[in-house]
Design a protein around this ligand. Structure first.
Ligand code: HEM
Length: 464
């Protein structure tokens, strides 16, 4: 569906039309038990535990020298990087300090619901977090610079259920985008819960139809997602066992390795506003960067046309292409700001690559080669992965192996076979187990007109 049509539907549509296809899906909510929030896909595989200094060296070697040649061959828009981060902040939060991370995985609590239900946006809803909403159930905004910003306290920190969504100015503006979509539904006459359900379901649809195909390939989605005769989605499981269906387990192979693939897609710098080609670094030591926890400055207000390809709209000169998925990480992620991004737990580890590798070891992740083999995938050897440190004993950390495998097998255009199967199976599994997702609607649901992409969401919000 083109942008004009979808916007027409939203302009003409009343809430009752838009939700006509949504039947009274039973919104059974979670068993509040928090046992087993995290678990393992492969509990019988041995932990891979090289010495810390070996991992610290490996992390340092992952720093991208930022030669101007690493464009993603698929020209994936950088919006997908931060949609991916926003998605992560919706489903996993392990707040254990790195220095205390060596605990049984089963005892770790997930600070988010393991559902793509936007609890990061809605918190406890109108009753649990009334400060987020006006009388009609719209999200409230601050307008310190004349345009909608997150509500902020005098310190500049945002008032929102998931503080990480104010960690950088791109993810913060994705958060605002979904808030605006909800508000648009209210403007069309939806009550709060109808607007919430429409927002969640369109977001889930975009994850299944835009995001996963972009980062993992449609063939991988098709491998795990099948539709019955009535068009209802069903998941074909290979390795993921959700445990308690009311509060599915998040496997650490997903949250501490495979889904952290997005760290490799982060660019050194981005063009933010309309009509500009000036780039601003994500994080730098000078602090003139994209860090959050402050009102969005007018010169860093995002133009999403610089981040997502929009049908019928010429790609602007400042269009940001994501980095490849490979074993290199942007320099800005080696000096994360203490406070907005990493906690000051001593010693403050400000290299994201180091944090990922050390946390993987602390949590006893198996090696990349063992996981690939357990999934029936022929793994790359350390020599093929370019790893020569004898301290690794011929094996690779799972996060590193998944990144390098994407580079070797896909030229970084999408995840390689190990990473993409873990990511897609777990995300679709979470949608499948969620009794309030569109997968669980008694009748097959699809957005008005049968198609909906991120470009359509932008059109609805911006009235393009
Ligand atoms: C500027 C961009 C980003 C920054 C600064 C950032 C920073 C961080 C930090 C500091 C952590 C905690 C590390 C630890 O202590 O173990 C983390 C965790 C994580 N990140 Fe990112 N990240 C970014 C983007 C992304 C993207 C694009 C994705 C995926 C598409 C992603 C996925 C994850 C996941 C899955 C976790 C684990 C969350 C949890 O279970 O608590 N991140 N990130």
């Amino acid at each position: 569906m083109n942008l004009a049509n979808i916007n027409l539907l939203f302009n003409r549509g009343r809430c009752s039309v838009l939700i006509a296809a949504i039947s009274a899906a039973s919104l059974t909510h979670a068993d509040p038990s928090s046992t087993g929030d995290f678990g393992r896909l492969f509990p019988s595989l041995p932990a891979f535990q090289p010495a810390d200094d070996v991992l610290v060296r490996l992390a340092a070697s992952m720093r991208d020298p930022n030669l101007p040649v690493n464009d993603n061959p698929k020209r994936t828009g950088s919006g997908f990087t931060y949609l991916g981060q926003f998605l992560d902040h919706d489903i996993t939060l392990d707040a254990t300090p790195l220095s205390e991370a060596e605990i049984p995985v089963e005892s770790m609590a997930n600070g988010r619901t393991p559902r793509l239900d936007l609890d990061s946006l809605y918190g406890g809803g109108q009753i649990g977090n009334p400060e987020l909403y006006d009388e009609q159930g719209r999200f409230r905004f601050s307008r310190p610079n004349g345009f909608e910003d997150l509500q902020r306290s005098p310190s500049g920190a945002a008032i929102l259920p998931e503080g990480r969504n104010d960690e950088n100015l791109i993810v913060a503006q994705i958060h605002i985008l979904f808030q605006k979509f909800h508000n648009r539904c209210i403007d069309l006459g939806c009550g709060f819960s109808e607007a919430q359900r429409l927002t969640r379901w369109h977001y889930q649809w975009i994850i299944v139809h835009d995001f996963l195909p972009e980062i993992a390939g449609q063939d991988t989605v098709d491998k795990f997602l099948i539709y019955n005769g009535a068009g209802k989605p069903n998941v074909r499981y290979s390795f993921y066992k959700a445990g308690n269906p009311y509060r599915p387990t998040i496997p650490v192979e997903f949250s501490v390795a495979a889904y952290r693939f997005g760290h490799s897609m982060v660019r050194l710098a981005y063009v933010m506003p309309t009509g500009s080609v000036t780039k601003t670094q994500v994080f730098n030591l000078a602090g003139n960067d994209l860090r959050g926890s402050r009102p969005i400055p007018p010169n860093l207000k995002i133009d999403f046309a610089n981040f997502f390809p929009l049908e019928g709209v010429a790609t602007p000169p400042g269009f940001n292409i994501s980095r490849k998925i490979d074993s290199l990480i942007s320099a800005g992620l080696f000096n994360l700001p203490i406070g907005p991004v990493v906690p000051p737990d001593p010693p403050a580890v400000t290299s994201l690559a180091e944090r990922n590798l050390l946390r993987g070891k602390r949590l006893g992740l198996p090696s990349y080669q063992d996981v690939a083999q357990a999934m029936g995938i022929a793994p790359y050897s350390n020599a093929q992965l370019g790893l020569t440190d004898p301290g690794l004993g011929g094996k690779a950390p799972l996060w590193f192996g998944i990144l390098k495998e994407s580079e070797l097998s896909e030229n970084g255009a999408r995840l390689g076979p190990t990473g993409r199967q873990i990511v897609v199976e777990v995300i679709l599994g979470l949608l499948d187990k969620d009794k309030s997702s569109y997968f669980s609607s008694p009748q097959a649901w699809s957005p008005e007109g049968g198609k909906f992409h991120i470009a359509d969401l932008l059109a609805v919000v911006n009235g393009l």
